[in-house]
Design a protein around this ligand. Structure first.
Ligand code: SF4
Length: 208
């Protein structure tokens, strides 16, 4: 098989970066975690802080065995697959190998592509710039909506109506708009307590 076929089967994947850090956002805030940031995204968020991830062709392709071997070099056993948009790829083989090696698997996704993989926690962060694929709604354990504009509150409620009733709901101020929207999010959550607040605590800690 050539590289294109191996990537299509999820046996090799383009990697932008992988690093061991502390999860800064969402349900697992504060947990040591190994991040695998895959290259490639076709969602096009105007405020994206990893625009260099968009072009998958820019990034080297690694076998899933290599990705897992690199993850095993660190003591934590929580792996977070992110991007880019990781669901552009079949994540079944990578997550199976991570789990076989004792990892808990999390994903951070916009849900813009069909769901794949065996994940212990699915953080679904829909974006207005590309409609989510319907397969994500029953998989989401956490709905995390980034607030960049006032209209994002209605967008958040629209998606909250589509996920499972057990799905945890979080609003997170977009970093550059945090001064403006954090107080508004606080009021929103106090009035609608099904919503919780997520902050990008890694940015306060100055870690990746
Ligand atoms: S989905 Fe994520 S990686 Fe893709 S453009 Fe939006 S913020 Fe950036």
């Amino acid at each position: 098989m050539d590289t294109k076929e191996l990537v299509e089967k999820g046996l090799e994947l383009p990697l932008m970066e992988a690093f061991y850090t502390i999860q800064g956002e969402g349900r697992f805030t504060g947990y040591p975690a190994y991040f695998i940031r895959l290259g490639g995204c076709d969602v096009g968020c105007v405020w994206c802080d990893v625009k260099e991830s968009w072009d998958s062709g820019k990034w080297p392709v690694f076998s899933i065995e290599q990705l897992v071997e690199d993850a095993l070099a660190f003591p934590g056993r929580l792996a977070v697959i992110t991007g880019g948009e990781p669901l552009m790829y079949d994540l079944g083989p990578l997550t199976a190998l991570l789990k076989a090696n004792g990892f808990t698997t999390n994903i951070e996704t916009s849900g813009a592509h069909p769901f794949s993989g065996d994940f212990d926690w699915v953080c679904f962060s829909p974006k207005k710039f590309k409609k989510p694929h319907t397969s994500i709604y029953k998989e989401a354990d956490e709905l995390k909506v980034v607030v960049f504009h006032q209209s994002d509150f209605a967008f958040a409620e629209e998606h909250a109506a589509l996920v499972n009733s057990s799905c945890e709901l979080r609003l997170q101020p977009e970093w550059s708009k945090a001064d403006k929207f954090t107080p508004i999010i606080i009021d929103f959550a106090k009035n609608r307590p099904k919503w919780k607040i997520s902050l990008q605590t890694h940015k306060f800690m100055d870690i990746p």
